[in-house]
Structure formats: structure tokens, C-alpha cells
Ligand binder design. Structure first.
Ligand code: GLN
Length: 257
């Protein structure tokens, strides 16, 4: 058993959790356990003041417009400064969909209300007149070595566009991605990732989980090479999700409902 430890923050677990997003916390902590890394999880919600630099990994799930409106003031006024400082200090962060949108400059809802974001990710989002729903596959070059595919499920009306200070998480192979137009999905800046991958994302994308674990360790322990795990089941789930995406997307393209 190594003496490596990761302190995890689950942000707004009571309000921001769509399509099983809390499964990312389960997958992250279980994979840490398999790597012999101890984790400690703290849930943080409305009106709680924390120093986010005390954490190594911060996770925030997606939410519908009304949940985003419910947390927006607190996210800005109570959490924002400390969260932005933590990301600059190298804390790892994963934000899904509604969380991703509020990590950017702003999210303009379907009713035209502009919710201010934390400006942590150089992106902006405006709701469009169609929902982008379905299984998605993308290819990411975020991983050292070679490009890897990522799979998930997306459901958003927000169209996100990237500014010059972020890189996309991946290039869409099947699905809509950030906006259904420019072929990008997600955004990455330092050790922070925003993505539309619900699902939950991490169980079927073990290499993304390992990347986040390595990033979570780096600040306190330097670069850590994680042990190889038997990912046969994760690989099979990943391939099945890819096949399902290709089948359903083919039907959507052909106009079959
Ligand atoms: N409410 C946002 C949208 O519709 C985010 C939805 C979500 O988190 N799945 O784009």
C-alpha cells in the first residue's frame, strides 16, 4: 500500500448531478483504491466556504437551467475566487455539462438569462433552439503518448465555443460535442477539464480517470507513474458504447427515430 493520498471535493452533489454524474466520484475513488491510493471525500454545497487549494481533485456534475440558476450566485460569490486560485495552483478539476458551462465566461439560458461564469475556462455558452442529445464518441490527444477515444452521453441545449486560452478535450467522431458545428468537445486548461460527457464518463474511460488521478497527485508528489490495471471490463464497456453511438448516430443521420 503506497502512502499516496488524494483529497476529493464533490461540489454541489445535492444540486448538480444528472445522468449518473455522481458515478464519476465512485469510479475515481475506486480506481484510486485499485492503484493503492487512499482518498478522502468532502461534499461541499451552497453557503459552505472552503479553501479549494486544500483539495487535490474537485468534481462537479451537470444540472438543468434551474439548478444552474440555483447555484450561480453561490458559485460566483462564495466559491469562485478560491476555486479559480486552486485551478491556477494545479488542482485537478472535472466539470460536467452544466458545471462546464459555469466554469466559462457565461451561460445564456434558453430564456435569455445570462448566468455569469467563473472565467476559469476560456469558453462561453449560449442555449440554442435544439437539444443535442445522444451517445457521443471523440478522440483526444490530451494523453501522453497517443490519441485515445472517449465515450459518453450528451444532453444539452447550450452551444459552447472555445477561446484561445483553452484546448478542446477532443475531436468529435460521433455526436454533437461543444456546439454541433466546429467538431470540438470539451475544454482543458492546466489540470481542469470541462466536458459534455455524461454517462457517467469515467467508468467507461479509464485512461481519463488515470490522467485525473496523476494530475491530482502531481502537486503534492510530483509526476507519478500509475501501475497498469486490468481494464478488460472497462475496455469492453468502452467498445460497446462506441458501437451504440455509431448505430444510433447512423439512424439519426438516416432520419430514423
Ligand atoms: N442546462 C444546460 C443545457 O441545457 C446543461 C444541461 C446538463 O447539465 N446536462 O445546456
Amino acid at each position: 500500500m503506497s502512502d499516496l493520498k488524494i483529497s476529493v471535493c464533490h461540489l454541489y452533489p445535492d444540486l448538480m448531478n444528472l445522468y449518473g454524474d455522481r458515478g464519476n466520484i465512485i469510479a475515481f475513488t475506486r480506481r484510486c483504491q485499485w492503484h493503492g491510493i487512499e482518498t478522502k471525500i468532502q461534499s461541499v454545497t451552497l453557503n459552505q466556504v472552503v479553501d479549494f487549494a486544500e483539495f487535490d481533485f474537485i468534481f462537479m456534475g451537470g444540472g438543468q437551467d434551474r439548478e444552474q440558476q440555483a447555484i450561480c450566485y453561490d458559485f460566483q460569490q462564495v466559491k469562485g475566487t478560491s476555486l479559480a486560485e486552486a485551478v491556477e495552483a494545479g488542482v485537478a478539476l472535472l466539470g460536467i455539462c452544466g458545471a462546464y458551462q459555469l466554469l466559462g465566461r457565461y451561460y445564456k439560458t434558453g430564456e435569455g438569462e445570462e448566468l455569469p461564469g467563473l472565467q476559469i475556462l476560456d469558453v462561453w455558452t449560449e442555449a440554442g433552439d435544439r437539444r443535442m442529445i445522444g451517445n457521443i464518441v471523440e478522440e483526444s490527444d490530451l494523453f501522453p503518448g497517443r490519441a485515445k477515444t472517449l465515450v459518453g452521453f450528451e444532453n444539452h441545449s447550450g452551444r459552447t465555443f472555445l477561446g484561445p486560452k483553452v484546448r478542446p478535450l477532443g475531436r468529435v467522431l460521433v455526436g454533437y460535442g461543444n456546439n454541433g458545428e466546429d467538431g470540438t468537445e470539451g475544454a482543458a486548461y492546466r489540470h481542469a477539464i470541462g466536458t459534455y460527457l455524461h454517462g457517467s464518463a469515467l467508468p467507461k474511460n479509464p485512461w481519463l480517470t488515470d490522467l485525473l488521478i496523476a494530475w491530482s497527485l502531481e502537486r503534492r508528489y510530483g509526476a507519478v507513474t500509475l501501475s497498469e490495471l486490468d481494464d478488460e471490463i472497462e475496455e469492453r464497456a468502452h467498445q460497446a458504447a462506441q458501437r451504440r453511438a455509431q448505430e444510433t448516430w447512423g439512424k439519426i443521420k438516416a432520419g430514423v427515430k
